[in-house]
Design a protein around this ligand. Structure first.
Ligand code: ACO
Length: 288
């Protein structure tokens, strides 16, 4: 596969892959991963997907990264799939060739993101259309500019919300709301996106980075092993019945206790029950 990263040395990649279509900045535990095609409103091309896959692979094992924030450079989070590079350019390909082009996008947008071992926050800073809903929804949490503009615009230009967009929206939006936007292609803002369950919060543009950083710092304060296990457990039990979920969660809790190098459970119990030095209802146990 072509190594897009080597085409243009990166201005902001913190020694990581990428640099042409994606910029990465590492800041005190937070990896800011920015779609970086502002002149194309961060439309997602095949090249961008290949860089994203390399970056997520690298950040997974990079100790400088505890939390990922996914966002865009300029006025867009992302204007969706690149209609030229992704659609028109793949129109003439055989089905097998087309599947190869899709593979890299499917990898980063949902297969990797939805089960990523580190917490992820989408920070929606502007336009967010169509295919951009997939990585947005597959991040664990999302904060939006209250004036960001969202839309399932597929119907407006004659396609259905494909890739895996229709599936993704069905995991966070109710059927009435999802179908309304699938069928009308109407735009909505960040405040409405909260109401629809697409994002956690919407804030004014001048508070977006500050609030996102605050949330990321909160996550960095948690026991990372327990946080990873808690996220995974939640995502897997959604597909299970109650009996299976109870069995699985018991085993997952035991596994977490077993693999946690920090032995958080024992520390938490000791600090609350014996030392009476903290209250779990009100904050974290002392990790040092
Ligand atoms: N694919 C390819 N190119 C794009 C895309 C896209 N999704 N979005 C924007 N661009 C390009 C434009 O063609 C233009 O290129 P040019 O400078 O070479 O002419 C450049 O980005 C700037 O776009 P403008 O439309 O001029 O920017 P503006 O700020 O006025 O509007 C907006 C922004 C509303 C996002 C508009 O660009 C737009 O409607 N984009 C398409 C949104 C969309 O429907 N995406 C597809 C969703 S469906 C899917 O993802 C499968």
């Amino acid at each position: 596969m072509e190594n897009v990263a080597q085409d243009a040395p990166a201005p902001h990649t913190a020694g990581l892959p990428g640099g042409k279509n994606v910029a990465v900045e590492l800041d005190d535990g937070i990896a800011w991963v920015r779609l970086n095609r502002p002149e194309k409103r961060n439309a997602m091309s095949v090249g961008l997907a290949e860089e994203m896959n390399q970056i997520f692979d690298a950040l997974e094992i990079d100790d400088r990264c505890g939390v990922i924030v996914l966002t865009g450079v300029g006025t867009a989070f992302s204007a969706g799939m690149d209609l030229k590079d992704f659609f028109r350019a793949t129109d003439g390909l055989s089905d097998v060739e087309r599947q190869r082009a899709y593979r890299s996008t499917r990898a980063w947008q949902w297969r990797t993101l939805m089960n990523y071992p580190k917490p992820t926050i989408a920070m929606v800073n502007g336009w967010c259309f169509g295919g951009a809903f997939t990585p947005l929804i597959c991040c664990d949490l999302a904060i939006a500019d209250q004036d960001a503009v969202f839309g399932l615009s597929e119907i407006n230009w004659g396609i259905i919300p494909a890739g895996v967009v229709s599936k993704a929206i069905s995991t966070v939006m109710g059927d009435r709301q999802a179908l309304y936007y699938v069928m009308t292609g109407e735009q909505f803002n960040g405040t409405k996106a909260v109401e629809l369950g697409l994002v956690n919060e919407a804030v004014p543009a001048d508070r977006l980075e500050q609030r996102t950083t605050q949330l990321a710092r909160n996550l960095l304060g948690k026991n990372p092993t327990v946080l990873r296990q808690a996220r995974a457990a939640y995502k897997y039990v959604r597909e299970m019945n109650w009996e299976q979920a109870a069995e699985y969660l018991t085993a997952k809790a035991d596994q977490t206790h077993f693999i946690d190098p920090e032995k958080g459970r024992a520390k938490g119990l000791q600090q609350f029950l014996d030392e009476k030095s903290f209250r779990p209802g009100l904050g974290n146990y002392a990790r040092e």
